[in-house]
Design a protein around this ligand. Structure first.
Ligand SMILES: [Zn+2]
Length: 143
């Protein structure tokens, strides 16, 4: 029986999900999922990165004005945060794929909010979201 309260305490104090999931012999994603289901808040990537005392961390997280992208600095280079988070967890992004934000908030780069999707499927998905929004606007206008 896993004591999630203890796990969460250790997590808050900087022990990584990766390390603890290896200890518990479950996947990092499953551990994240279970922590959330037990009502614990997961750290943002930026928080986790800082806590881990990453020597590459130069501080700074820059959100574009339109909130469509978040940049971070790594090894002196500017990188897209969602790509860093993805690659940190799963390795290099496969060719022809992009990352979709499940809750449509591009500033929420928690790993649980990121989904790997084919470029074409991603475009179609957003086209559909836009059509739904327009349709909803028309409906509310007609009301
Ligand atoms: Zn998307």
């Amino acid at each position: 029986m896993i004591n999630y309260k203890t796990i969460n305490e250790r997590y808050k104090n900087g022990t990584s999900i990766k390390d603890m999931s290896a200890e518990l012999n479950i996947s990092p994603n499953l551990l994240r999922h279970r922590l959330r289901n037990n009502g614990f808040r997961l750290k943002s990537y930026t928080e986790a990165f800082k806590l881990a005392g990453n020597s590459n961390w130069k501080g700074g997280r820059h959100i574009r004005k339109d909130e469509s992208q978040v940049f971070i600095r790594k090894n002196g280079k500017q990188r897209l945060e969602h790509l860093e988070v993805w690659e940190e967890n799963f390795g290099k992004l496969p060719k022809g794929f992009v990352i979709h934000h499940l809750n449509l908030d591009a500033t929420d780069n928690n790993i649980d909010n990121l989904m790997l999707i084919k470029i074409g499927d991603h475009l179609n998905l957003h086209k559909r979201f836009n059509q739904d929004r327009i349709r909803n606007d028309i409906v509310s206008f007609a009301d």
